[in-house]
Design a protein around this ligand. Structure first.
Ligand SMILES: Nc1ncnc2c1ncn2[C@@H]1O[C@H](COP(=O)(O)OP(=O)(O)O)[C@@H](O)[C@H]1O
Ligand SMILES: [Mg+2]
Length: 614
């Protein structure tokens, strides 16, 4: 399409009076403004300035009757001055004409300015193609579709902000549906705190909840498992220290029992030291046993109580049916990491590239650590697989997980979000953040999002945060934000051609997110997974956390300690009386395959307290 940028002087609405940086002032003749609403020059409308080589496109950010009056002799009517942010250019040096962001060719005093025509708007925004997704229509002209560059939006993170009820979740459902259509090879992992997205994606998404997710406790890193044992409260120093001593030993003990699968622990024999954070299986009964052993050697009664309390904590968590998603098979010690990864991140997708992670059913006090584990695994999987499987992580209520106020929230969850925000794109892990309180979301994380969708926001602080996050030229447009209607959105940044006000497409009723009471299991089996590949990823991942550098100084030689414990404890297992022990049982014979000992043998249901040696 060749867009005619030359305009006959008499038709021109105004002319350039001054140019400063990316701004221009245009003097408009008020009498010449046509009356019709749809063409009136006002804030938010686009003006075109004709230069010798292009049509510079700018948006009106301020308009006022000329302070000098403009009614002087010889004037044909009142004048107004419009302040314009110049954002891009329609170039005519090729056929067809094309739009590009940024200005290379500045206007000169006296250049003619006019409202952008419909054909020109179309050229800028109606850019359908394989690289774009249609998300709605321009507010300025509903006949023009608004397209987003899908790769620019996804690969450089995006965020959706707006008060409750303005259409954020529906907008996100729409965006993700379009993204899935356009990029079938992308996986999507959506954190759904209110269980509202279950039916928004049809058969393209599986829904995970505590009913069907197995997230073994040994995948939790040290801070996360401490948070679980201490039920979301800060850990008590001495107990945490005891735990940090025995945890790596329990992991090594378990590794010895895993037979051939132990190979993933032996990637590099020189650095086989397991740390508190290495994601390898261990058994809770080993952990309790190790603590109990140490307790037995104590002289100091006060310390004894601390060991005792720690054991009680572990066993209470272990016996809490609400925690069964993480503690089922706690004593088996099987290495299910590959299965967990393949389930969470849809490897292979089998036509279902998306996971909806419903959080509403998790015990409130562990939701944060669960989210931390999941986000961390998303990032680390990307890292250790060199981004082989691009993953978009969409996080509703993002301010809960990465609050601006560092004294609230769970540190590891923030760390996990911010790691994806800062480094994720290198490893094919992308972020979509949604919040109704942008002022409460960590600003450094917002600054990593290159495409922003700002919906109605009444709160000044929220508006200020969004304003500071968008490029200056677009900032003044945000004054509209308090007056936006439902589904209306200001879109800014890399994904959009120009900052613009648009209206999201209408979502079919059955796809509109809304909370549901009952969660549905859509788990499908992980048939045909390339287990070899997943295993190699897990191996690299573990190898890195086991390097000598990351090993805590005070833990010493875990290998040697584990050897000692292993030979010392193992014979004791044979002496456990068949009728049930009166002591904390020593280690059961380590299993070749899955252990068959009934769980009640170690943790009697009617007696959650640990049985003590004395
Ligand atoms: N794109 C849309 N298509 C259809 N209905 C919408 C759309 N956006 C919002 N709505 C309507 O507005 C209601 C609130 O939207 P919702 O997405 O839940 O807002 P938020 O997540 O911001 O609280 C929805 O239940 C729906 O009825
Ligand atoms: Mg919502």
């Amino acid at each position: 399409m060749q867009v005619e940028t030359g305009r006959a002087a008499p038709r021109a609405l105004g002319s350039v009076q001054s140019v400063t940086g990316s701004q221009a002032h245009v003097r408009l003749q008020v009498a010449s403004l046509p009356g019709a609403d749809d063409v009136r020059a006002t804030v938010g409308k686009f003006l075109g300035i004709r230069t010798s080589t292009s049509l510079i496109v700018g948006v009106i950010t301020k308009i006022a009757i000329d302070p000098l009056g403009g009614m002087g002799a010889g004037s044909s009517g009142a004048h107004a001055t419009a302040q314009l942010d110049m954002l891009g250019e329609i170039k005519n040096d090729r056929t067809p004409s094309y739009f590009q962001r940024g200005v290379t060719d500045y206007p000169m005093i006296g250049d003619a300015a006019d409202l952008i025509t419909q054909a020109e708007l179309k050229l800028i925004f109606d850019i359908s193609g394989t690289a774009t997704i249609a998300i709605g229509h321009l507010q300025q002209d509903p006949t023009i579709a608004a397209y987003i560059n899908v790769d620019d939006m996804v690969r450089k993170h995006f965020a959706v902000f707006g008060t409750t009820g303005v259409g954020k979740s529906s907008g996100v459902a729409l965006l993700v549906r379009e993204i899935l259509d356009a990029r079938p090879d992308l996986r999507v992992f959506l954190i759904d705190p209110h269980n509202e997205y279950g039916h928004s994606f049809g058969s393209r998404a599986q829904t995970l909840s505590p009913n069907n997710l197995k997230l073994p406790f040994w995948l939790f890193n040290f801070e996360e498992i401490v948070d679980v044992f201490f039920r979301g409260r800060p850990g008590i120093d001495e107990e945490v220290e005891i735990l940090s001593e025995v945890l790596p030993i329990a992991k090594m003990l378990c590794a010895r029992g895993l037979g051939e699968r132990r190979s993933t622990l032996r990637a590099d024999p020189k650095s086989s030291g397991v740390t508190v954070d290495t994601p390898v299986p261990y058994r809770l009964e080993d952990l309790v046993q190790l603590i109990d052993e140490r307790m037995g050697k104590l002289e100091n009664r006060a310390m004894w109580a601390k060991y005792h309390r720690l054991i009680t904590r572990i066993e209470t968590a272990r016996n809490d049916p609400r925690y069964s998603f993480m503690f089922d098979n706690a004593n088996v010690g099987g290495d299910t990491m590959v299965e967990v990864l393949s389930t969470l991140f849809r490897l292979p997708p089998n036509g279902m590239p998306m996971t909806i992670m419903q959080l509403a059913g998790f015990p409130a006090e562990v939701v944060d650590s669960v989210v931390s584990v999941l986000l961390r695994m998303a990032f680390e999987f990307g890292l250790w697989s060199d981004g082989a499987f691009p993953l978009l992580v969409v996080c509703e209520e993002a301010h809960r997980y990465a609050p601006a106020d560092r004294s609230i929230g769970f540190g590891p969850t923030r760390k996990a979000v911010s790691r994806i925000a800062k480094e994720g794109r290198k490893y094919g892990v992308f972020l979509g953040l949604i919040t109704q309180r942008p002022a409460e979301l960590d600003a450094t994380i917002i600054s990593q999002c290159s495409t922003l969708f700002a919906m109605r926001m009444a709160n000044d602080r929220d508006q200020a945060i969004v304003r500071s996050a968008v490029p200056d030229a677009a900032g003044s447009l945000l004054s509209f934000v308090p007056s936006l209607g439902t589904r209306e959105v200001f879109a800014f940044g890399e994904g959009v051609a120009l900052p613009t006000r648009l209206r999201f497409k209408e979502l079919e009723r059955r796809h509109i997110p809304h909370s549901e009471a009952v969660t549905r299991s859509q788990m499908d089996s992980a048939r045909g997974v390339d287990v070899g590949f997943l295993l190699s990823v897990v191996e690299r991942w573990r190898g890195a956390t086991m390097s000598a550098r990351s090993r805590p100084e005070d833990v010493g030689d875990i290998d040697a300690l584990a050897d000692q414990e292993f030979s010392r404890l193992r014979p004791a297992a044979d002496q456990i009386p068949a009728g049930g022990p009166t002591l904390v049982p020593a280690l059961a014979p380590l299993p070749k395959v899955a252990v068959t000992t009934p769980e009640s043998f170690f943790f009697p249901v009617d007696d959650p307290k640990p049985r003590l040696r004395r």
